[in-house]
Design a protein around this ligand. Structure first.
Ligand code: 5AD
Ligand code: SF4
Length: 453
């Protein structure tokens, strides 16, 4: 009997109801995808899935380590469970994900958060039935030290809450070692799933009626490097696009040093691939890009964007930017500002540099006051806001196709293939998870408004 079966049997004996698991996700889409696996694994072992931690038998925090404020927020949230755990000692409190791949964080939880029962890292998800089983039989803390992993585990059950949107991890880890980034240290070396396994999962999702499918990887453009026979990301996209169906295929994230003309050409030739590409630039200064170990120049970045715009007239680019990298001068910040003004990103995710223990950039001298960094961030946000509002206005009176994602009072919220959101009113109540055509009439905050036609 495997541990999923053993746990199933044990909870049947232990509970006279279906026990519930609640997974709370912090951080990126990759973490969301891991959470769906965690729910899937425990669901197979007999747990129901709950949206709230209050009545749950297991609460799991799937954590993020990308910036210090993410970690502080998570510790705040974990702290709030102390009282709940005191009232309900049988409830299991677990912490997993990127944050607990750092030994100093595991040590901190061990010492200062005694009510946390289980700690497991990103590479131990499939061990969960074993870990929970052990907790129930021994009722003592299960703190696994971070494990390094070099292989890919297939056939993990996935519990998807949406009936129309899904993500597929095509690779794990990252080999780029951008000097500011903790990801290669917590998620380990890059490894790709075999194309036939991805194709199988993708084909099933399309057959199940999923309409918005995102391929995930820290750097999707380097997909396949460890595979034999060698396939690359463009080959994978080509292979998936042969699957017939009514869907939009997205991918994230791309890396400017690895995205190439072959990938752009495949997007051009396959209308089911989203025309919205997330291509993080991080900085508009070549000196800073080099210190960040990004391995491309601003000129090379602009070149690939210009090729894509030539080939795919309706392509849009979103990006990530870090301001206040150690030693970034005001002039270098202005170069980023200029790039943003010149390039017209459809969406920008802007961050203040956060020092991460163990990374190369943490060793660099950083004399810029935090107040100055905040000012740079706010200026950039303001510039992007104006660009974004003009972009939203460019949709006025256009008819767009959008996938209905959520009910709203008197109507729905739907998402365009380019990831913009539109709200519309209607008396119909049967539109969830379906495509609709909407005529755009205006905007409200950062979303479009329209009427269904
Ligand atoms: N500080 C600030 N932002 C960071 N990112 C990654 N590491 C850091 C850090 N140490 C940002 C990058 C990346 C995005 C996911 O998070 O912009 O593209
Ligand atoms: Fe971090 Fe760079 Fe890898 Fe992205 S590509 S996860 S920024 S090291």
């Amino acid at each position: 009997m495997n541990y999923t079966e053993k746990l199933n049997k044990l909870i049947e004996q232990k509970f006279n109801y279906v026990p519930l698991v609640n997974v709370q996700t912090f951080g990126c889409v990759q973490n969301e995808n891991d959470s769906e696996k965690i729910r899937g694994i425990l669901n197979s072992a007999g747990f129901g899935v709950s949206d709230s931690f209050e009545n749950s038998d297991i609460v799991i925090f799937n954590t993020c380590a990308i910036r210090e404020n993410a970690e502080l927020k998570i510790f705040g949230n974990i702290g709030k469970l102390k009282a709940l755990k005191a009232n309900n000692p049988d409830m299991i409190v677990a912490v997993c994900g990127c944050m607990v791949m750092q030994p100093h964080i595991v040590a901190k939880i061990k010492k200062s958060y005694p009510f946390v029962d289980i700690v497991f890292g990103v590479n131990s998800i499939e061990e969960l039935p074993y870990i929970v089983y052990n907790w129930y039989i021994g009722n003592k803390r299960q703190v696994s030290d971070p494990v390094v992993k070099t292989d890919v585990v297939e056939n993990i059950p996935v519990y998807r809450q949406s009936r129309s949107k899904a993500t597929i991890s095509i690779m794990y880890g990252c080999d780029n070692f951008c000097s500011y980034c903790i990801v290669p240290y917590v998620r380990g070396r890059e490894r790709s799933r075999r194309p036939e396994d991805i194709l199988k999962e993708f084909t099933q999702l399309v057959a199940d009626g999923y309409k918005d499918i995102t391929l995930l990887g820290q750097n999707v453009d380097s997909y396949g490097k460890n595979l034999e026979p060698r396939v690359d990301f463009a080959d994978l996209l080509n292979m998936l696009c042969k699957v017939k169906g009514d869907y939009v295929l997205h991918f994230m994230s791309s890396h400017p040093k690895d995205i190439n003309k072959k990938v752009i050409d495949v997007i051009r030739d396959n209308p089911q691939i989203s025309r919205q590409i997330h291509l993080p630039v991080q900085s508009g200064s070549n000196r800073i890009l080099s210190l960040m170990n990004r391995r491309y120049t601003v000129e090379q970045y602009k070149e690939i964007i210009s090729y894509a715009r030539q080939q795919i007239p309706d392509v849009g680019f979103s990006s990530d930017i870090i301001v206040g990298f150690p030693g970034e001068t005001y002039e270098e910040y202005l170069e980023t500002e200029n790039l943003v003004k010149e390039n017209g990103f459809t969406q920008l995710f802007t961050f203040i540099y956060s020092k991460r223990k163990g990374t190369k950039a943490a060793e660099l001298e950083d004399n810029t006051p935090h107040s100055e960094k905040t000012e740079r961030l706010n200026r950039l946000i303001k510039i992007q806001q104006d660009i974004f509002f003009k972009y939203l206005e460019s949709f006025n009176n256009k008819t767009v196709r959008a996938l209905v994602e959520e009910t709203k009072p008197g109507g729905y919220s739907a998402r365009l293939a380019n990831t913009l959101v539109v709200h519309f009113k209607t008396d119909r109540t049967d539109l969830l998870d379906n495509y609709v055509n909407v005529r755009i009439t205006g905007k409200k905050g950062t979303v479009l408004t329209g009427e269904i036609i």
